[in-house]
Design a binder for this molecule. Structure first.
Ligand SMILES: Cc1cc2nc3c(=O)[nH]c(=O)nc-3n(C[C@H](O)[C@H](O)[C@H](O)COP(=O)(O)O)c2cc1C
Length: 233
């Protein structure tokens, strides 16, 4: 009986140790993986930012010059909006704001939309999506040039009713067999432009305020954590 009790106790201790070690290993792996994903996300985002406003066009630390703007009520998560600011000789020349198209074929499509201070598009990049490879993924620059068709556009160019894909009377190409994805992106960019116009005065004020808790200086990793970028692979 004593021998049996000892054996059961040993087995229980063994099992307990096994559970602790396995649990610890899983937690450690998850932690490392999460860090790596965040790091990759931050790198992908930084790349997109510098594509939208290349380094030779600004002289500030774009990655760390982040200003918080009023909430965009048309966005799914409608809290305050953190935007990156490009400056030259201390003067703001453009902003890059995150945007979400909620109505992609497979859910949310995350974007970065760069605008100059007149509300003209400097560039758009997709940072995350789950659209179908070979159909909806032509919104990525590595798959097609489509996303460049926003460059130079503004709220009045084209007129409001033509901010759509050609199939729906707009000026933007759809993809063969895939209209939902490009339409969702077109609408999200148009909404970003509307937000900019509606908030133009407060945006101008905030961009010219000295750094404060509201105009935070964030690390790229922290921003990546908030914006959850990283292009679909
Ligand atoms: C398996 C499958 C995946 C699809 N993936 C996409 C996609 O990623 N993006 C997209 O716009 N359409 C996709 N489509 C096509 C859409 O269902 C739709 O037919 C197309 O976008 C045209 O939309 P419309 O009739 O509203 O113009 C997919 C269809 C199938 C069957």
């Amino acid at each position: 009986m004593n021998a049996l009790t000892t054996s059961i106790r040993r087995s229980a201790i063994g099992l307990g140790l096994f559970a602790v070690i396995t649990g610890g290993t899983i937690a450690l792996t998850q932690g490392v993986t999460k860090d790596r994903i965040q790091e990759q996300a931050a790198r992908a985002e930084a790349r997109a930012l510098f594509e939208i406003i290349p380094e030779h066009q600004h002289d500030n630390d774009l990655l760390r010059d982040v200003v918080t703007l009023p909430a965009n009520t048309r966005q799914p998560a409608s809290g305050p909006v953190n935007v990156w600011v490009a400056r030259r000789d201390g003067r703001p020349i453009g902003i890059i704001m995150p945007a979400v198209a909620p109505d992609g074929y497979s859910g949310e499509i995350r974007l970065l939309v760069g605008l100059d201070l007149d509300g003209k598009v400097l560039g758009v990049r997709v940072t995350n999506h789950r659209e179908t490879p070979g159909l909806g993924d032509r919104i990525e620059t590595r798959k097609s040039d489509w996303v460049y068709s926003f460059d130079g556009r503004s709220l009045g160019n084209p007129p409001a009713n033509q901010w759509n894909v050609k199939k729906n009377g707009g000026v933007f190409d759809q993809f063969t067999g895939a209209t939902i994805t490009p339409r969702a992106v077109v609408k999200a960019v148009q909404h970003s432009l509307s937000y900019f116009r509606q908030n133009r005065e407060v945006i101008r004020e905030r961009l010219n305020e000295p750094p404060s808790p509201r105009n935070r200086q964030l690390t790229p990793e922290a921003i990546a954590g908030e914006a959850n970028p990283a292009e679909h692979s």
